[in-house]
Design a protein around this ligand. Structure first.
Ligand SMILES: [Zn+2]
Length: 330
């Protein structure tokens, strides 16, 4: 197994205080964050790194423009998804290293090399580089809104679908496959199905990000359920992880039909309902027609990326989709 991934990973209560030694050889840190995190934790972070820091609000950063950064030699992404995304983009554009300091466990990008960039209502993935360290302070992350943690959980349990579909695509269409990467993601998935601990979730998210870096694409962690979510972004502002989890039972239904899934859609829905994650159209505030349209659009996204979908495999038509949604209680 490649060791590709962050050199240092600290997941614990008070982890922020361990950041000092990591940045001691750097003179000009820049920290990307948002105004709420800045208000609550900027002093704490500066104390921990032991030197003043330049602050950049993620919302004021515009990709592919000449945001003036000046003399900086290390980037810290300190916040949720968009702060980490901007840190990744700055790191890519300047060539300097970045450190991931997540303040929520809301998705599997906390240690990945892929930044999500919005354009015309769509979210695109842009390849950057992975963080040299992940500092996950559970005393901070545990104070994030509970829905963010549920989204993070959703972005892991959807691997029930992405892994099974990846294997199918390999067997039927000879898409590249890696047994060790598969095992790494499977282990992360099983760990969160077995335990509700925050540390377990964060660790699973880091491993999923590492798996994508090792494999060189998001395919192990992102199948049709992700493509449907990307299509949903056009009409819904719901969190990524809740969208991908919402689409997962639908995909699992078809994966099970071809004998590829060991996870039953109903079982995953029970898991989601127990934790009050959205599982129905009304909870997602979309109509069945809109979901069908998102599935169709998602399949186009899969084709564009040369990824084989279980729905292609079964030639699933709209009436089958409707019946399955009804049957699963969407
Ligand atoms: Zn995801």
């Amino acid at each position: 197994m490649s060791t590709k991934g962050p050199e240092v990973i600290v997941i614990e209560d008070g982890a922020l205080d361990k950041i000092g030694p990591l940045v001691k050889d750097y003179s000009h840190p820049i920290c990307v964050t948002d105004s709420l995190i800045h208000k609550d934790y900027s002093q704490h972070l500066e104390n921990a790194i032991g030197k003043p820091c330049r602050w950049l609000m993620a919302a004021s950063y515009r990709a592919n423009t000449n945001t003036v950064l000046g003399n900086v030699d290390i980037v810290l992404g300190f916040g949720g998804g968009s702060s980490l995304d901007v840190a990744k983009l700055i790191s890519r554009d300047t060539g300097i290293n970045w450190i991931s300091v997540p303040t929520a466990a809301s998705h599997d990008g906390i240690a990945s090399e892929v930044a999500s960039v919005s354009h015309n209502g769509y979210k695109y993935s842009e390849k950057c580089k992975g963080p040299m360290a992940v500092i996950a302070d559970t005393s901070i992350i545990s104070r994030a809104p509970p829905r963010l943690r549920l989204a993070g959980l959703g972005d892991i349990i959807c691997k029930t679908s992405s892994l099974a579909e990846w294997k199918l695509a390999h067997e039927v269409k000879e898409e590249p496959f890696d047994e060790e990467v598969y095992s790494l993601v499977k282990k992360a998935l099983e760990s969160v199905l077995a335990s509700d601990r925050l540390e377990t979730l964060i660790s699973a998210e880091i491993d999923a990000g590492r798996a994508m870096s090792i494999f060189g694409s998001s395919r192990p962690c992102s199948g049709t359920e992700h493509a449907i979510s990307h299509a949903m972004d056009r009409i819904s502002g719901e969190l990524h992880g809740l969208q991908v989890a919402f689409a997962t039972p639908l995909c699992l239904h078809y994966l099970q039909e071809v004998g590829c899934s060991e996870y039953k859609p109903r079982k995953m829905q029970d898991f989601m309902e127990d934790r009050e994650m959205p599982t129905t159209l009304s909870e997602m505030a979309i109509s069945s027609e809109q979901l069908i349209d998102c599935v169709r659009h998602g399949l186009k996204i899969m084709e564009k990326r040369n990824r084989y979908s279980v729905l292609h495999h079964l030639n699933v038509d709209d009436s089958s989709l409707k019946a399955t949604m009804m049957d699963l209680g969407y």
